[in-house]
Design a protein around this ligand. Sequence first.
Ligand SMILES: NC(=O)c1ccc[n+]([C@@H]2O[C@H](COP(=O)([O-])OP(=O)(O)OC[C@H]3O[C@@H](n4cnc5c(N)ncnc54)[C@H](OP(=O)(O)O)[C@@H]3O)[C@@H](O)[C@H]2O)c1
Length: 293
Amino acid sequence: MSFKVENLFSVKDKVVVITGGGSGLGKAIAEGFAANGARIYIVGRRENLLERAAQEVGGDIRTIPGDVSTKEGCVKIAEAVKAQETHVDTLVNCAGISKFWRTYAKDPNDADQVENMLIHGVEEEDFVNTNKINVNGIYFMTTNFIPLLRKAQDPNVCVISSVSSLAHQRTMSPLTYAISKAAINHLAKLLAGRLHPMKIRVNTVCPGIFPSEMTGAATGKHQYAVGLPAEKAAMRTTAGRPGRPEEIAGPVISLSSPAGAYINNAFLTVDGGRVMSMSINDDIRMPEKTFTF
Ligand SMILES: NC(=O)c1ccc[n+]([C@@H]2O[C@H](COP(=O)([O-])OP(=O)(O)OC[C@H]3O[C@@H](n4cnc5c(N)ncnc54)[C@H](OP(=O)(O)O)[C@@H]3O)[C@@H](O)[C@H]2O)c1
């Protein structure tokens, strides 16, 4: 074994499948692996987005148009990879959606507005559709990739969660999204336990605020115009800014590399210190008398 960084963190020749690899965090993770000699499969519903991402990222990258929201969709994705590979080293479950409140309380302290938002801002389908992608998708992708993962030397699954699963937010992140992310924190642990006999490691990476289609609008390869609430929230972190593409790619790569080979059932926040600043009063103007400094 070598302690040289190029060996310790090597993902050269790994076969990596990344859902949601056409944009945002998934695209950044794809570029991280591709730049370091892995073969990447990026998965998403929009074929044109995947093709553009593949062109921009470069390296040994292939696209698989697919939908993780159904078991059938996940089976098809696994079959498409199986047609080209004998094994998969790493599966990154990054695809996710966030359905914004249908009716929003502009003032989070106005009882009437909040009541209206809670009653009329969410429909049953918002829970169902969010969970279909954010929760079920991870279960069906992971389980249908077991046969390919079992054939790898050190197989691992990375689940991309969110800090919204850990703390209160009132001005950002709909409740349906946060609940789905909290569910996958436990799903990842349950999967780690069930995949124990196959020696497949399952870890959770929990990002804070990163520019993406979810937090902004695409303006370049890894550039997104981040919305105001997310930008302000990022300013309140220790880092004082949103995360950079390489700062999400690095932790995920390390879990797939020899440096991460002993990490299993772990939970890693990658948030610049965001969780420390989250509470029900985060982003909300408070009465002067409640301040100490
Ligand atoms: N950005 C942040 O600040 C942040 C913070 C914490 C956690 N996260 C998590 O990071 C992950 C990536 O999100 P992002 O921020 O990078 O947002 P994003 O740019 O919107 O990326 C989400 C990706 O998921 C794909 N996707 C959505 N539904 C899918 C489906 N049914 N089947 C296959 N692919 C699907 C989308 O492509 P198609 O629409 O073409 O399918 C898209 O490329 C998500 O799980 C999100 O919850 C993000």
